[in-house]
Design a protein around this ligand. Sequence first.
Ligand SMILES: [Zn+2]
Length: 101
Amino acid sequence: MKDQIIRKIFNGFIYIHILHHGQEDWFYGSWMIEELKEHGYNVSPGTLYPILKSMVDEDYLIKEEKNVNGKIRKYYRSTDKGRDLLKELKHNLKELVDEVL
Ligand SMILES: [Zn+2]
């Protein structure tokens, strides 16, 4: 059960990462998995893609399929709603950091 709690907390961090990078540029799933790995998060495609899908469904990200050397790749980027959410989350995050750290 401890693992489930850790996963939930880490998932929250993953959303913040996604919104952060998504407001800077287009990204694709395997790039994000590598990026998260560099930050110490081991996220499988089976975890990441449902998160991305839910964020597209709820209008925080837009998805575009691009043809890269004959391969269709799905790219993601933040919407205005996603940017607003990140702004809000940053505020919460700062308060949390100020208290906890
Ligand atoms: Zn990052």
